[in-house]
Design a protein around this ligand. Structure first.
Ligand code: SF4
Ligand code: MSK
Length: 649
C-alpha cells in the first residue's frame, strides 16, 4: 500500500475519505481500494461481455481466432445474453424490495400483528385514485387491501400486462405495445429472461435485448414503482427536510450506529428507537452522551428522506466509516453490502449485524428482527450497540470533521407543493420555467460509486457544469450522497453556482439546484416527475419529447443496468460513465447506442469524461427543445424586486 496522500486524493474526491484511507493504511486495514489495485488486470473477456459460462461445454471465450463458442454462439448472442442476465439481476433486486413492502401492506390491511401501521393514509387514497380504483363506500382497510392486491398481482400476473404500467403516459404505453414489450408479471419477466438465456434458446441479439427492455419496464414501471408507492404509504411520503452528510456526522462522545443497505423496514424502526428517552438514558448510563444514528447507501437515503437521519457516506465509504474506530454497530440489510465488512470490523470494536435471513455475511452477527414487536425489537438492537460502547478503543478513534448541510425529501408531492403551494400544488410553474428557457431542462443523475474511478469526481464535475447551464438536476442513490457531500444540496448553492435562470427559479421557490429524490429504487420518482410534466401540458405528450436526460456516472451494480434500460425505454437518453460489458459485440453496442433511438427516441451514450458528457447532454436538451419549438433565446434583463415578486415561480 502506498503511503502517498496524493495517491489517496487521486482515488476519492472528498477529503474525509482521503483521511480515512490514510488511517486505514496506518491501521493495516485492507479496503476495496487496495483490492482493486491487486485485481487491476481484470479479465478482458468478462469486461467485453464475450465470456460464456452458461453451459458445461464451456466456458467459451470469443477471440478473432475462435469467433464462436462450442455450440456455435457468436459474440452478439453471448454479449446480449450476458446483458439480459445483468438486467435480470437488477430487476430482481429492486422488485423483490417492492414485493416485501407490498406484502407487509397486505398483512396490515388484514389486521395482522405486524408492529407497523400506515403512516400516510392520504397516500393510500391518492394511489387508489392513480390506479382508477373504485373507492366509493369502501373503508380505508378495504381500499388498502385491494391496493396491496394490485401490487402483489403485478408480480404474479401471467398473461395480463401489469397494472402499474398504466401509470406511464399513453405515448410510452403505445410505443411499448407497438414493439411488443408491454410486460406481464414481474416474476414471469425474470423467469422468462433466465429461460431465454439458457443454452440453446434465444440466439438473436435484438430479440434478447428487446426482452431486456421489456423486463426493465417491469422494474421501472412495476417493481420499483411499487416499492416507492408502498414505502410512501407505510413509512410516509417524504417532504423537504434538512440534515447533514459525510463521516463528520459521527460523534466522538456518542454511541454511533450505522444502518446500511436498501430496505427501510427495520431501519425506519431503528430511527424511531434511537430517539426514545429510555434509550438515551441507557446510553448515558453506559458513559455516552447520546446516540447518533447515521446511514450508508440507500437505506441512508430512505431514513434521511423520512426522519432527517444524517448520512455517513455512500457505497465506497462503508468500510471507511468503520475505520473511524467510532462505530459501535453497523446494521445491514440487503444490496451493496460488502462481504469485507466483518474483516474491517475485526480491527476495531464494531459489530456487524445482519438482519435479513436471505442476506447473511460470514463474520456478521445475525439478528432475528421480530416484526410483530418491531419497536421493542429495534430497541433491543440499539441497546446491544450501546452495550458495545465500553469496548471502544479511544486511541483508535479518528473522526473526520467534514460534513455538509443537505436538504432532501423531494418526493413528487413535495415538489408540487413547493412549486404551487400546499393547496394548489402543481407542476405548472416548472413547465412554464422550462418553456420560457429559465430552466433548460432536467437531468437525473443516479447510481453508484466504483473504485475504478475517482469516487464522486464525475458526478461533482458534471453537476457543476449542468447547473451553470441552467439545468435542474435531480438525484438519487449514491450520487445524491456525492452531491450532498460536495455542498450542492442547499438553496444557497444556487446563488453561488447556478446559471441566472435556474438561480431565479431556485430563489423564488426556495429549493436547491440539485434535488435529492431518494434511494436508487426511487428512480421511479424521476419517471413520475416526467409524467407530471407531460400531464401538466405545454411540453408535448410524451416523456420522449421532454428536455430530460439520465446519467449514471460510476456504474457499479446490475441495478444500474436495469435502470438505464428502463430510462431509455421510457424515451430518456442515458449517459453512462463507462460501457456495459458489451464492447466485444459491435452489433450489441450499435443496437443500444443507435438503433434504440428509432424505437424510443432515446439511446445509451458511453462518455468517460464528465465535461464532454455535459456538452453532449446540453446538445440533447437543445435538440429536444428545438423539436418542441421552445429553443428561442430569451432576452435577459436585470430583475428588480417588482419583477421578482411577479415571477411565476
Ligand atoms: Fe459455450 Fe455455447 Fe455453452 Fe456458452 S452456451 S458455454 S458459448 S457452448
Ligand atoms: S446503494 S445500487 S451503490 S446507488 Fe443504492 Fe449506491 Fe448503487 Fe448501491
Amino acid at each position: 500500500m502506498s503511503n502517498d496522500i496524493e495517491v489517496f486524493k487521486s482515488k476519492v474526491d472528498d477529503i474525509a475519505s482521503v483521511e480515512m484511507l490514510e488511517k486505514a493504511q496506518n491501521d493495516c486495514v485492507e479496503t476495496c481500494f487496495d483490492r482493486y489495485e491487486t485485481l487491476k488486470n481484470q479479465c478482458k473477456f468478462g469486461k467485453d461481455g464475450v465470456c460464456c459460462r452458461i453451459c458445461y461445454m464451456g466456458p467459451c471465450r470469443i477471440t478473432p481466432k475462435s469467433p464462436r463458442g462450442i455450440c456455435g454462439a457468436d459474440a452478439d448472442t453471448i454479449a446480449a445474453r450476458n446483458f439480459l442476465r445483468e438486467v435480470s439481476g437488477g430487476t430482481s433486486a429492486h422488485s423483490d424490495h417492492g414485493r416485501h413492502v407490498a406484502l407487509l401492506l397486505k398483512e396490515i390491511a388484514e389486521g395482522a400483528e405486524t408492529g407497523y401501521e400506515v403512516k400516510d393514509e392520504q397516500a393510500v387514497w391518492d394511489t387508489a385514485k392513480l390506479y382508477g380504483m373504485e373507492t366509493e363506500g369502501k373503508d380505508f382497510k378495504q381500499v388498502l387491501s385491494e391496493l396491496a392486491d394490485i401490487f402483489i398481482g403485478d408480480f404474479t400476473s401471467q398473461t395480463e400486462t401489469i397494472k402499474t404500467v398504466g401509470l406511464a403516459p399513453q405515448a410510452q404505453r403505445s410505443t411499448w405495445e407497438k414493439l411488443g414489450i408491454l410486460p406481464q408479471g414481474i416474476d414471469r419477466m425474470v423467469v422468462e429472461a433466465m429461460h431465454r438465456t439458457h443454452m440453446g434458446v434465444d440466439h438473436d441479439y435484438r430479440n434478447l435485448i428487446m426482452h431486456a427492455f421489456r423486463q426493465s419496464i417491469a422494474n421501472g414501471w412495476g417493481g420499483s414503482r411499487i416499492a416507492s408507492l408502498a414505502s410512501d404509504i407505510l413509512f410516509g411520503t417524504p417532504h423537504a427536510i434538512r440534515s447533514e452528510v459525510n463521516l463528520g456526522i459521527l460523534e466522538e462522545k456518542n454511541v454511533n450506529i450505522i444502518v446500511h443497505g436498501h430496505e427501510p423496514t427495520l431501519s425506519d424502526m431503528i430511527a424511531i428507537a434511537a430517539k426514545q428517552p429510555d434509550i438515551i438514558e441507557y446510553a448515558k448510563a453506559a458513559g455516552a452522551e447520546g446516540v447518533t444514528l447515521g446511514g450508508i447507501c440507500c437505506t441512508a437515503n430512505e431514513v434521511l428522506m423520512r426522519h432527517g437521519v444524517p448520512i455517513a457516506g455512500n457505497f465506497l465509504q462503508q468500510e471507511l466509516a468503520i475505520v473511524t474506530g467510532a462505530v459501535e454497530m453497523m446494521i445491514v440489510d440487503v444490496q451493496c453490502v460488502m462481504p469485507s465488512l466483518p474483516m474491517v470490523a475485526e480491527h476495531y470494536h464494531t459489530k456487524i449485524v445482519s438482519t435479513v435471513d436471505m442476506a447473511k455475511t460470514i463474520g456478521a452477527e445475525a439478528f432475528d428482527f421480530d416484526e410483530e414487536n418491531a419497536l421493542e425489537s429495534a430497541k433491543d438492537l440499539v441497546k446491544k450497540a450501546i452495550d458495545n460502547f465500553k469496548n471502544r478503543d479511544k486511541s483508535a478513534v479518528q473522526i473526520p470533521e467534514e460534513k455538509q448541510t443537505v436538504i432532501a425529501g423531494f418526493s413528487v408531492r413535495e415538489i408540487k407543493y413547493m412549486l404551487g403551494g400546499r393547496f394548489r400544488g402543481s407542476f405548472r410553474p416548472l413547465n412554464d420555467a422550462i418553456i420560457a428557457g429559465r430552466i433548460k431542462g432536467a437531468v437525473g443523475i443516479v447510481g453508484c460509486n466504483n473504485p475504478k474511478f475517482k469516487t464522486d469526481a464525475y458526478c461533482n464535475a458534471l453537476v457543476k457544469e449542468l447547473i451553470k447551464e441552467n439545468v435542474l438536476v435531480v438525484e438519487t442513490g449514491c450520487n445524491a450522497i456525492s452531491s450532498g457531500k460536495n455542498g450542492k444540496m442547499t438553496p444557497e448553492t444556487a446563488l453561488e453556482y447556478a446559471g441566472p435562470g435556474l438561480k431565479e427559479v431556485c430563489e423564488a421557490v426556495g429549493i436547491p439546484p440539485v434535488l435529492h429524490m431518494g434511494s436508487c429504487v426511487d428512480n421511479t420518482r424521476i419517471l413520475e416527475t416526467c409524467t407530471e410534466i407531460v400531464n401538466e401540458g405545454g411540453l408535448g405528450d410524451s416523456i420522449a419529447g421532454l428536455p430530460a436526460v439520465g446519467v449514471c456516472p460510476e456504474l457499479m451494480s446490475e441495478k444500474a443496468v436495469s435502470i438505464s434500460s428502463y430510462f431509455v425505454a421510457s424515451g430518456v437518453d442515458v449517459f453512462i460513465g463507462h460501457p456495459f460489458h458489451i464492447t466485444g459485440s459491435e452489433n450489441v453496442m450499435n443496437f443500444l447506442t443507435k438503433e434504440t433511438k428509432e424505437m424510443f427516441n432515446a439511446s445509451m451514450h458511453f462518455v468517460e469524461d464528465p465535461i464532454e458528457a455535459a456538452k453532449q447532454i446540453i446538445a440533447v436538451l437543445d435538440e429536444k427543445r428545438e423539436k418542441l419549438g421552445i429553443n428561442k433565446k430569451q432576452e435577459r434583463k436585470l430583475v428588480d424586486q417588482k419583477d421578482r415578486r411577479e415571477v411565476s415561480v
